[in-house]
Write a protein that binds this ligand. Structure first.
Ligand SMILES: [Zn+2]
Length: 51
C-alpha cells in the first residue's frame, strides 16, 4: 500500500509520524515537525515554564 506523499517524504522528529495535515518548522530544520508537535514546540519556546 502506498501512501500519498505531498511533495516530500518526511517524518516528524518528535513523534515520527508521517501523517499530518500540516508540517511545521523547528530549530532543527524546515518542516521537521508535524502539526501537533510544532504547536507544542512553539508554545515551549514562547516562554513559560514547562510544568
Ligand atoms: Zn509529531
Amino acid at each position: 500500500m502506498k501512501t500519498e506523499a505531498e511533495g516530500s517524504m518526511s517524518k516528524c522528529l518528535a513523534c515520527l509520524t508521517s501523517c499530518t495535515p500540516l508540517w511545521r518548522n523547528s530549530p532543527l530544520g524546515f518542516k521537521t515537525l508535524c502539526n501537533a508537535c510544532g504547536i507544542r514546540f512553539k508554545k515551549r519556546m514562547r516562554g513559560g515554564l514547562p510544568r
